[in-house]
Design a protein around this ligand. Structure first.
Ligand code: NGQ
Ligand code: ZN
Length: 444
């Protein structure tokens, strides 16, 4: 398979008339200025990593946007989310995950970091195969073609203290030994290019002792954790430990480049600096963070300190890569009353956001270094230029992220041409199954 890109974002910058030859799951050669016959794309960029997803939550997108009797918050949303989570069987979870993955690929993501905690049957008992629900995520990925970094979640407690888990959390819970067996089972499900990491859910769900034990048992893997997303979590952590969440986490375990701190919204200056200097990735999920009313990450200070970030679709309320980058930048503009707030050097903000998220996302998900180069994985996104604007590569990214004319047209995931004309090839079948499941769940 040969792609001819009018412009392509290569590791050392934009090039024109680039011939990219794919062989199986890899890029065989990249030749700028070559032209020739092949599948033409206006603009070719590397596929992005979506570093944080809870696939099942795609199934109740749009169902929590009505006001309840009191003041709504993250915590009232979480109650509704738990009720939804308790109702899903494995077939339904797989159908929803496939829909989410189809939309991720259509958005330009070629790898999903699935932060997976819906482990057990609705009554809280393990399935006959305790890894059943993880297997469903892998099965969805086999159908859709997305590369997976599967992050089985360790969830043992209901809050700081530790407080006992509540009834609504019963499908999430493990002891450490059973959890390690789950990770091992997931290792056995990997396809070529898949990665298995792990994720202590949060400082609420895992104690410092849990973190130590897991780090010792599972070295050399991506480790993800939710942290400091809500002010209440900061207050509860202070009351419990006298320290703020990120300060507490970094004081308890060695945080380095294998770590990804999801949200890390509420930081004081010392935490921002320490997190940046650790080499860990801040896993930002701007659309979900806006939807849930979390707050705004101190992006410019973090970047100025050399911090690394990636982006995730988290609740999957809306899966749109360009929108994540746009909302990330707009949050900063609104709070700082500035423009181009997350660009660290003169030049295209879209290109800098894209490059930052590309590098940070790949680091957080433990995949290979991304990039359009011979020998690299063939994870590629073709942006279309339907108006024939013929603009520069940087302008294509800025118009895609901030404007409307440019959109994802083609996606190759591990060499498979899964999105053409903006639509995933399995979209119809996956969407039909998904619609049935949502209607069934709503009727319960
Ligand atoms: C989750 N989601 O695990 O799905 C969480 C909510 C929690 C986000 N934080 C539950 N966006 O943090 O306890
Ligand atoms: Zn999350």
């Amino acid at each position: 398979m040969k792609i001819i890109a009018e412009r392509a974002l290569l590791p050392d910058g934009w090039a024109e008339n680039v011939a990219v030859v794919l062989e199986g799951a890899r890029i065989a050669s990249v030749a700028p200025g070559a032209g020739g016959e092949g599948q033409r794309v206006a603009c070719l960029i590397p596929g992005m990593a979506n570093l944080h997803s809870h696939a099942f939550q795609r199934g109740f997108s749009g169902l929590t946007e009505a006001r309840g009797p009191g003041r709504d918050s993250f915590w009232t949303w979480r109650e509704m989310m738990y009720r939804f989570a308790l109702s899903l069987d494995p077939d339904e979870a797989q159908a929803i995950a496939a829909m989410a993955q189809v939309e991720m690929l259509e958005a330009g993501y070629t790898r999903a970091g699935e932060f997976h905690y819906l482990h057990h049957a609705p009554d809280g008992q393990a399935y006959d195969d305790p890894a059943e629900m993880s297997a469903r995520i892998f099965a969805a990925a086999a159908e859709t073609g997305i590369a997976l970094t599967h992050l089985p979640v360790f969830y043992a407690h209901g809050g700081f203290g530790p407080a006992p888990a509540v009834e609504g959390q019963r499908r999430f819970l493990h002891g450490r030994d059973a959890f390690l067996r789950l990770v091992e089972a997931c290792d056995g499900m990997r396809r070529d290019g898949d990665v298995v990491g792990y994720a202590p859910h949060s400082l609420r769900a895992a104690t410092a002792e849990d973190l130590h034990a897991l780090a010792a048992a599972l070295p050399d893997r991506p480790v993800h954790i939710h942290v400091a997303e809500q002010v209440k979590e900061v207050e509860d952590c202070l009351a419990f430990s006298g320290r703020r969440p990120v300060e507490y986490l970094m004081g308890e375990v060695e945080i380095g480049p294998r770590w990804c701190l999801i949200h890390a919204t509420h930081l004081i200056a010392a935490e921002t600096r320490a997190l940046a200097e650790s080499g860990a990735v801040a896993g930002l999920c701007p659309v979900t963070e806006a939807n849930l009313g979390d707050g705004i990450f101190p992006g410019p200070d973090f970047l100025a300190a050399g911090g690394r970030f990636g982006i995730g679709t988290d609740s999957n309320v809306r899966i749109d890569l360009a929108e994540e980058l746009r909302v990330l930048e707009y949050g900063q503009r609104l709070i700082r009353r500035e423009r181009n707030a997350l660009a660290t050097a003169p030049g295209s903000t879209g290109a800098q956001l894209f490059a930052g998220a590309l590098a940070g996302g790949a680091q957080a998900l433990g995949g290979e270094a991304p990039g359009i180069a011979a020998g690299a994985a063939a994870d590629l996104v073709g942006l279309g230029d339907p108006l024939g604007l013929g603009v520069s590569g940087d302008q294509m990214l800025d118009r895609w992220i901030f404007g409307r004319e440019v959109a994802v047209a083609d996606v190759w995931a591990r060499g498979r041409h899964v999105v053409a004309g903006g639509a995933h090839l399995a979209r119809e079948a996956v969407a039909a199954r998904y619609a049935k499941v949502v209607n069934r769940v709503l009727a319960r």
